[in-house]
Design a protein around this ligand. Structure first.
Ligand code: ATP
Length: 201
């Protein structure tokens, strides 16, 4: 098992931007968002279980999961949310462990937006938090996703607070809009993680 660095941060903080800088240095990425889509791809047992439970309406015409409808259903129904989580959480954990184990490198960057919210920080050797101001998160997300101020405020409210997330950080990388030295910061962290991975193994 390689050394695991979890990269987390709130919506629009810049996780993808920063993860891409690590990838450019050759670091393998395991992406929690990708895994949560992979476990419900067409022809997976999980998608079939979801179809039997919610009916054919939950599958779009192209055979993929209708995520919007599913989100709507579980938003207003805690029991359905519980059912879905009980189905998906073990599959996501299993697939995550598999991909982390497959990484053929001293350390792996696990990009995991809801690390703190899901109480999963113990699964990583090190937690790297991307920090920005809530104002920047709002501006970037509205610009990127074309959503309303109210929607983004609701999402921010549902996520861990900036203070809580920072309290779990072993390392913090700031990604304020005025920052221009992201590559240097990533290069320094990369050096540090290679050293830490060597000490651990
Ligand atoms: P999410 O969790 O919502 O998927 P994220 O944390 O992965 O977001 P990114 O997708 O990397 O964040 O960045 C969000 C948006 O902000 C993107 O449009 C990106 O181009 C922009 N962005 C990232 N870093 C900066 C920066 N330092 N200054 C200005 N804009 C930035």
């Amino acid at each position: 098992m390689p050394y695991i660095v979890a990269l987390t941060g709130g919506i629009g903080s810049g996780k993808t931007t920063i993860a891409n800088e690590f990838a450019k240095l050759g670091v393998p990425l395991v992406d929690a968002d990708v895994i949560s889509r992979q476990v419900v791809e067409p022809n997976t047992p999980a998608l079939e279980a979801i179809r039997s439970h919610f009916g054919n309406k939950i599958i779009s015409l192209d055979g993929t999961l209708n995520r919007g409808l599913l989100r709507e259903i579980i938003f207003s129904n805690p029991d359905e949310k519980k059912w879905l989580n009980a189905l998906l959480h073990p599959l996501i954990q299993q697939e995550t462990q598999k991909q982390l184990n497959q990484a053929n490198y001293p350390y792996v960057l696990w990009v995991v937006p809801l690390l703190i919210e899901n109480n999963n920080s113990h699964l990583a050797n090190r937690v790297l938090v991307v920090d920005v101001t809530p104002e920047e998160q709002i501006q970037r997300t509205i610009k990127r996703d074309n959503i309303s101020l109210e929607q983004i405020r609701n999402i921010l409210e549902a996520q861990a607070s900036r203070e809580k997330r920072l309290s779990y950080a072993d390392d913090i990388i700031t990604n304020y809009t005025k920052d221009t030295d992201i590559q240097d910061k990533v290069a320094n962290l990369h050096k540090q993680y290679l050293t830490l991975a060597k000490i651990k193994t």
